[in-house]
Design a protein around this ligand. Structure first.
Ligand code: RB5
Length: 143
């Protein structure tokens, strides 16, 4: 899969661990590669824009808690970003919410859990049906 990935200074190590651990995917890295303090909106918006434009299959955004990244990503029309702390949330984010961005907190999850969460996210499929009508209502709110 082609995955956009972006992060602030808090997410540098987790990002590189993910990229190294998952060679089966193509990662487009738009995050900072520096530990110097920066503003997460500057980098998370770049991932969200790639997702919006359909340039990647999905996006991964990382900050310290995942909260700021989640708020930024969800300001973008058409982006459904899910902050997940376990595999169940990641799976449900795809099945029920058709999430197109996964958000991780680098100070919340370790690398092993992060990889499990990503795999759960990537392997689940949107179920449609009643969930589709709920997404349609979200789209109406976006207008
Ligand atoms: C940076 O210190 C931290 O505030 C940021 O990574 C994130 O957790 C914000 O939500």
């Amino acid at each position: 899969m082609k995955i956009g990935i972006g992060n602030d200074h808090a997410g540098v190590d987790l990002k590189y661990s993910i990229i190294k651990t998952m060679p089966e995917h193509i990662f487009i890295n738009v995050g900072t590669d520096s530990y110097e303090s920066c503003d997460y909106p500057d980098y998370i918006k770049l991932v969200a824009e790639m997702v919006q434009k359909g340039e990647v299959d999905c996006g991964i955004a990382i900050c310290g808690t995942g909260i700021g990244a989640s708020i930024v990503a969800n300001k973008h029309k058409g982006v459904r970003a899910a902050l997940c702390t376990n595999e169940f949330m990641a799976s449900m984010a795809r099945k029920h919410n058709d999430a197109n961005m996964l958000v991780l907190g680098a100070r919340v999850v370790g690398i092993d859990l992060a990889i499990s969460i990503i795999n759960a996210f990537l392997h689940a499929t949107f179920e449609g049906g009643r969930h589709k009508q709920r997404l349609d209502k979200i789209k109406q709110i976006e207008q």
